[in-house]
Every structure is written in C-alpha cells, then in structure tokens.
Design a protein around this ligand. Sequence first.
Ligand SMILES: Nc1ncnc2c1ncn2[C@@H]1O[C@H](COP(=O)(O)OP(=O)(O)OP(=O)(O)O)[C@@H](O)[C@H]1O
Ligand SMILES: [Mg+2]
Length: 240
Amino acid sequence: MKADHPPMLELAGVSGGYGKTQIIDQIDLSIGAGEFISLLGRNGMGKTTTVRAIMGIAGWVHGSILLNGSEICGAPTHIIAQSGIGLVAEGRRIFPNLTVAENLDAFAANPHHHTNPWTMDRVFALLPTLGDRVKSMGETLSGGEQQMLAIGRALMTNPKVLILDEATEGLAPTVRTLIWQILAELKDQGLAILAIDKHLGPLGALSDRYGILHKGRLVWRGTPSELGDQPKVIAKYLGV
Ligand SMILES: Nc1ncnc2c1ncn2[C@@H]1O[C@H](COP(=O)(O)OP(=O)(O)OP(=O)(O)O)[C@@H](O)[C@H]1O
Ligand SMILES: [Mg+2]
C-alpha cells in the first residue's frame, strides 16, 4: 500500500468456508483509500468465498477484517453493508420485478453523512444508459444495463469500499469497456476498489496491485508490471 493511501479495508489471517469445509486459508490483504486491488485466480480457487467472507455471507469466517479501522469480521451482513462496503455480487442479483429507480431507491443510504453523497441523479450522470431506463423493470434490462444497475445500486449505499465480483462476465466488449471507464472514474474519485475479474489487459491498466488466489491461499502478490515479468507465475496460477 502506498503511504498516501490510509488503509480502508484490511484482512489479516482471514480463513473461511462452508460447514466443515475450509475454502480460504489465512488471507492477508490491504486496500487503501483510492486504491484499486484485483484478486485473480482460476475458477473455484476461493475468490467469491473471500468476498463472501468479507461480507459475512460465507458459512463461517475467522480472522480480522478492519474496515476503516473497525473490526467487522463475523458481524451481521447488514451491519457490514452499513459500515461501508458496497458489493456488486457475482451474477448481479438485481430485483427483476422492481424498476431501475426502485432498485436504486431500495439501497439508498448515507449512514456516514458524506457531504457529496451518491444520489439517483449522480448515478445517472455516471451511468447514462441507466437514466434512459429509469421506469423499466429490472428483468427487461440487457445484461450490460443490469450490471450498470448493480453498480449504481452499490454506489447508492455510499460505500467506502466497492467490491466487484466478475462485473464484466458475459458482457459484450463495448459494455466491458464502458465498465472499465466507470471504474477508472470511481478510482479517480478516491473510492477503494476490490475487483475480481479475468481480463488482465484492462485490469492491469487500473490495478495498483494484484493478489493471486490458488486453492484458497494468496500465493502471489505484486503490481501488474511485476506479474507481466513473471510468465511462469501466469502459467502456473492463471493459465488455462
Ligand atoms: N455454498 C457453498 N458450499 C460449499 N462449497 C462451496 C460453496 N460455494 C462455493 N463452494 C466451493 O468453494 C470453492 C471455491 O469457490 P468460489 O466460488 O469461492 O471460487 P471462485 O474463485 O470465485 O471461482 P469462479 O472463478 O468460478 O467464480 C469451490 O470448490 C466451490 O465448490
Ligand atoms: Mg467466483
């Protein structure tokens, strides 16, 4: 972490899983304000479980998870969300039978009294395609529009940290590009971002640091350029 980025989300020795099965093991990860960190790894390596452990929706979690200095490990999910983590979950999970405006409104909150909070107007300025669909039902949106809505909804909680789990999955290249542009803008605005994605090209341009998960362990960490210099690491942990 850079000296000018105070830690916003800090995981220390975080393990978690479901029932008797341990999936992630002793994860250490730190994200500063305004930093963009990406979690990489092949399918089934524990990326989503790490996110679910942070949000309190894995089966169980141990360790320490500090959000802006306060311990949230093991707290109820709604408390974690209110504490300032906005999640764009794998698979989007918007409300299909609510309109775009209703989907956004359902998440509107400013628990930390931000002076320039996210509002529907501000979300529509960032995500203009959504503004054109304000009265459309969630289920009638295209995949890209649903993803925009999922991002807008997370922003409506006025998070300190935004977590995106495969936000560009299954989208057309033009829509993916739009999402990368939106994330760059959010990073510029000083949001701390944790992204899980498989598109190393655009991720490399945005990410301050990478962490690679392999079988539930963080086996490599470094900058995108450091990873570029290590084809063996790429082949071993990310190759198909
Ligand atoms: N609810 C659950 N109960 C039991 N095991 C689970 C559950 N969810 C995931 N797992 C297992 O945990 C392991 C890690 O899954 P996880 O979804 O965290 O991986 P991932 O890295 O996000 O993969 P992908 O790239 O496919 O999204 C897998 O072996 C998976 O089968
Ligand atoms: Mg996943």
